[in-house]
Design a binder for this molecule. Structure first.
Ligand SMILES: [Ca+2]
Ligand SMILES: [Ca+2]
Length: 478
């Protein structure tokens, strides 16, 4: 339900947007708003305000949500880092570019002809007179050459790493869990936050677009002791898991879900590690939440606090045992659903939007919120009407994994259609955990048809620059 005082909201909103949304003359003397975009890596819906896990502790993200607009039904375009970020930053679907798997930053522009001269989100702001700055993981690594005017770079890897893995030592994955290192200041995300804080405490000569990319809770699930202490093992609640969940799935769904390098849920149960993995994931979330808080505090304390739009998102979700293993690469809710929050100066606090929306919508929304011209290449849809309290009933979010495998969500159902035509359908009102596949039920034809009408018109073949698996990616890189 939208909780919004429309009159109050509208007056402030128009004040900040120079009346442009109603087509009036833009006679404002306000400077264009700055943008602070915070991205988080592999954070699923286990944040306090989304109430998906009772042990999640994220006071800073929760506060941002209370001060802004919390989108509760947001889904990534691809359930892994590289293609999700390439999509959000280019404004194009994976099915348009063929970037379905991992991709090096340097290869994005040559992955498909449409990307050769594309304006990535910061490039577009730069052409409109903005100063652009970025630090940390924004694309798969940091960013393609020329994305930011000022770059804080990204420290290599996901470390610091202990001399030997603590609990899980398999080649081809960074998965591991446990307490490491001894202090926050040794963590990459701490350094990212410090760089961003310095910039936010300065006055800039032009409006700025600042992208800040954190890497936790991406594996390895290592964080200092105090973040584990916040989540005592004895209090950890297990999510649901059904060992026979895959019995009603088509073969291709099982193939896509196979993640040989990650522990399976059965392994974690047998080896008494499930709660320890959850504790470590939650510790990493609380740690990164603290770093988000540090950045937001610098914004509050600095000269830019009155005129900066904040957007926070995660690139995709993560399964923590609910679907038989620990990982991403699937098209169910645990992998597709992400937190997303907008805070816009002058708007009333505590707005909640339940309509299904996509990470692809971030690009056109920021343009509209900053009163910039539309980018006609954007395939997402501005969220501003939803922020203004309007209702949109036909909206669906689409996650794509590999050519012609699409997963759709609206407010009541999830529908999945695979490249071989096999399907899944879940009624989220009765079955939010997506256990009971209704696709073979003959009464569901109408619902399936309505989703099928939303299948993207373009379904590009795999870009030769995009890797099918993370193992292929690392093999090619080394
Ligand atoms: Ca990720
Ligand atoms: Ca099932």
């Amino acid at each position: 339900m939208l909780r919004i005082n429309k009159i109050y909201f509208k007056s402030f909103f128009l004040y900040f947007l120079g009346f442009s949304l109603l087509g009036c003359e833009p006679k404002t003397t306000n400077p264009p708003p700055n943008v602070l975009m915070i991205s988080i890596d592999d954070l699923n819906d286990w944040v306090g305000v989304l109430s998906e896990h009772p042990n999640a502790i994220t006071p800073n993200i929760d506060r941002l949500a209370r001060e802004g607009v919390l989108f509760r039904n947001v889904h990534c375009q691809a359930p892994i880092c590289g293609p999700s970020r390439a999509s959000l930053m280019s404004g194009l679907r994976p099915s348009t570019t063929g970037i379905y798997g991992q991709i090096s930053d340097k290869d994005i522009r040559s992955a498909h002809p449409i990307l050769t001269n594309i304006d990535f989100l910061p490039n577009y702001f730069n052409k409109q007179g903005y100063k652009t700055l970025g630090v940390g993981k924004i694309f798969h690594k940091h960013a393609p050459e020329g994305t930011f005017e000022v770059s804080g770079g990204r420290e290599k890897g996901f470390g610091p790493s202990p001399p030997k893995n603590l609990n899980w030592d398999k080649k081809g994955t960074a998965t591991d869990w446990g307490v490491y290192p001894s202090a926050d200041s040794l963590m990459i995300d701490y350094k990212v936050a410090q760089w961003a804080k310095n910039e936010l405490l300065l006055s800039h000569e032009k409006p700025f677009f600042l992208a800040v990319g954190f890497i936790r809770p991406h594996v390895p699930w290592h964080a200092p002791q105090k973040w584990f202490d916040l989540h005592p093992l004895k209090d950890i609640k297990l999510p649901s898991y059904e060992a026979n969940d895959f019995d009603d799935l088509p073969e291709i769904a099982k193939q896509i879900a196979f993640k040989g390098m990650m522990p399976t849920t059965d392994w974690a149960i047998e080896n008494n590690q499930w709660k320890k993995i959850i504790q470590a994931y939650l510790a990493c979330i609380s740690f990164v939440d603290h770093q988000v808080g540090e950045v937001l505090k610098a914004l509050d304390d600095g000269p830019n606090n009155k005129n900066t739009i904040v957007v926070l998102w995660s690139d995709h979700g993560y399964e923590i045992g609910e679907k038989g293993s620990f990982g991403k690469h699937t098209v169910w809710s645990e992998s597709t659903r992400v937190p997303m929050i907008f805070k816009i100066p002058g708007q009333p606090a505590n707005q909640i939007v339940n309509t299904a929306v996509e990470l692809l919508d971030v690009y056109p929304s920021l343009l509209e919120l900053c009163n910039l011209p539309k980018n006609p290449l954007n395939e997402g849809k501005s969220l501003v009407p939803l922020i203004k309290g309007e209702t949109e009933i036909n909206r669906v979010a689409i996650t794509t994994y590999g050519a012609n495998n699409h997963s759709f969500v609206n407010e009541t159902h999830r529908y999945i259609i695979y490249e071989d035509g096999s399907e899944e359908l879940y009624d989220l009102r009765l079955d939010p955990e997506e256990r009971n596949n209704l696709a073979l039920d003959e009464n569901t034809e109408d619902i399936k048809l309505s989703f099928k009408s939303k299948i993207p018109k373009i379904n590009a073949s795999w870009s030769p620059k995009s890797f099918l698996t993370i193992n292929e990616y690392f093999k090619a890189k080394n």
